[in-house]
Ligand binder design. Structure first.
Ligand code: OOB
Length: 543
């Protein structure tokens, strides 16, 4: 597998005949994504768009602020086609910038607040981004200082801080008379999303204005969002699920109100649900189970009508328990991916159907194939690998030509790496995964990336990382490490090493097993199945 950086096109378009079909069917409407805000600001300028703590921002205000910010950024040299890194926690600042950048045609890499030097530097290297938009502090971490280090190291030129800027530009100081901007191409890139990844070098996902806009509209319609809805965002809004499925953007498109919370701590979230009349929210299964515990010890008033759970597998028993605890709210399972395809259970599906599957595709033009290792269709109902293409699923990763030849079929289907089966009713059930990834409570970790990080330790000879089942997170990461002769290694040492090397904390291994050699397959590749079997048997030496 090639790990060369930055080769191949930024964006792989859909074939003309499919693009034509998606336009003819009204999926792609030839508008840039920020159009959703423009329209709502015109229709209902005084309605509240965003709430963050005590602050609230009306549609007209958000629209005006985005225009003025765009003008200020243009004045400082940002131009259509430029890439920047946007790393902000849930807050109004995120969306001021998001819409300003969309209007400029500047493409943000949507970094997660958990990302550190390593990830941010990789995004810059891959895209040529020279600007970083970040927070002063968040969740106890000094993002502004990190930005200063990246600047001193020459990784970035410009830092914009939401909060006290210190030596850097403060977001609040970026303000200029709104000026007309050149039109943005709706077929062009709107954002770069992050792939959960399977490779040592992360892959970026170019989403076009019109494909992203379609998935937002269709998702909002499927969830019947309206001006009466209040969406609570507790997952990091850079992620595709709370951003677009239907998430914050779907709620704004529908003219509702979004409440932005810094995290999903149950008591705080429950207070927000009651105080703001929240109707819809989205959780990963690990968080949903924490909410379930909390719900058993406290009442929950308010008007929650839709509880979405996705990002990792929710088992049927957990689903039934959530249905009972949060009734009359409807549970919705969401099986999506930043590359595109989103599957939803429908609001009026019977509760048992909702509990037993991960939904079905959003669009009538989402094409699904379930195949064996040779790309041959499996018999109906059998488990196989999920391939998909459609009006909002990418045709290629950003500048990754070699990887794209493996990640997509010749006729443009994306290889999701998920093992699924189709029920007679047409629902998908996720049965597992073939991609070398750990899904740690919805946070995706590429095994290869962590292996490379561990091998960089002077006392590590070799390393392999696999997922281990975890009752709370679903999965956690286990590192099998072969130490060099005479080395003494423990989990704490390796975790500290990765932190010092600037990796996101969620990527640190949860568990370490020391081995003298790694098992290999007949062709000499590391035998991860043997490692998983070792974990299942519990015959390892360390705990
Ligand atoms: C969402 O997006 P990503 O890009 O962080 O992760 C995608 C992968 C899927 O390929 C699958 O392996 C896993 O996450 N996944 C699920 C799941 N939802 C996602 N596995 C089992 N059950 C589910 N319900 O995670 C994402 C994007 C948009 C909406 C929702 C989730």
């Amino acid at each position: 597998m090639s790990e060369r950086v930055a080769e191949g096109p930024e964006f792989t378009p859909w074939p003309p005949e499919l693009a034509e079909r998606y336009r003819a069917r009204g999926y792609w409407i030839g508008r840039p994504l920020d159009h959703l805000l423009r329209e709502r600001a015109r229709q209902q300028p005084d309605a509240v768009a965003l709430i963050e703590g005590e602050r609230c921002c009306r549609y007209a205000e958000l629209d005006r602020r985005a225009d003025r910010l765009a003008a200020a950024l243009a004045g400082r040299g940002l131009r259509a086609g430029d890439k920047v890194v946007l790393q902000l926690p849930n807050g109004i600042a995120f969306f001021e910038l998001f819409f300003a950048l969309l209007r400029l045609g500047v493409v943000p890499v949507l970094a997660l607040p958990a990302h550190r030097e390593r990830e941010l530097a990789a995004f810059c290297r891959m895209t040529g981004a020279r600007w970083l938009f970040t927070a002063e502090r968040h969740a106890g971490f000094a993002h502004r200082e990190l930005a200063g280090r990246l600047q001193a190291a020459g990784v970035i030129d410009r830092v914009v801080v939401a909060g006290e800027g210190g030596p850097h530009l403060a977001l609040a100081d970026l303000d200029a008379e709104a000026a007309p901007l050149p039109p943005v191409d709706p077929a062009g890139m709107a954002v770069l999303q992050l792939s959960g990844g399977t490779t040592a070098v992360p892959k970026l996902i170019p989403r076009s204005h019109e494909d992203y806009y379609y998935s937002v509209r269709a998702s909002a319609e499927l969830c019947r969002l309206s001006t009466a809805d209040v969406y609570l965002a507790v997952l990091p809004v850079a992620h595709n699920f709370p951003l677009t499925s239907p998430g914050v953007l779907g709620t704004l498109w529908a003219g509702g109100t979004v409440v932005l919370a810094p995290d999903g701590v149950p008591d705080r979230a429950f207070d927000l649900i009651e105080a703001h009349g929240v109707t819809v929210t989205a959780l990963v299964p690990a968080l949903a189970l924490a909410w379930l515990q909390a719900r058993r010890r406290r009442a929950l008033g308010g008007r929650l009508r839709l509880l979405q759970v996705g990002g990792a597998k929710l088992d049927p028993d957990g689903a039934r328990a959530l249905q009972a605890a949060f009734a009359p709210a409807v549970l919705q399972q969401v099986f999506g991916m930043a590359e595109g395809l989103i599957n939803y259970t429908r609001l009026d599906d019977p509760p048992e159907r909702i509990a037993a599957c991960q939904g079905r595709p959003l669009s009538a033009d989402d094409e699904i194939r379930i195949v064996d290792e040779q790309d041959r269709p499996v018999p109906p109902g059998a488990t196989g690998l999920l391939l998909t293409r459609g009006p909002y699923t990418i045709r290629g990763y950003y500048r990754a030509a070699a990887h794209n030849r493996e990640a997509f079929t010749a006729d443009g289907f994306y290889r999701t790496g998920d093992r699924v089966r189709l029920t007679p009713e047409g629902d998908l059930v996720v049965e597992g995964r073939v991609k070398e990834q750990i899904n740690r409570g919805g946070e995706k970790i590429a095994a290869a990336e962590v292996e490379a990080a561990l091998r960089a330790h002077p006392q590590v000879f070799d390393a392999a990382v696999v997922a281990q089942n975890d009752p709370y997170l679903g999965e956690r990461s286990c590192a099998f490490v072969v130490p060099r002769e005479g080395a003494r290694l423990d989990l704490g040492t390796l975790r500290r090493f990765m932190l010092e090397q600037g990796w996101a904390p969620y990527k640190l291994p949860d568990r370490l097993v020391l081995l003298e050699t790694l098992p290999t397959t007949g062709v000499g590749k590391i035998d991860k199945n043997a490692l998983r079997a070792l974990l299942a048997r519990g015959t390892d030496r360390t705990g």
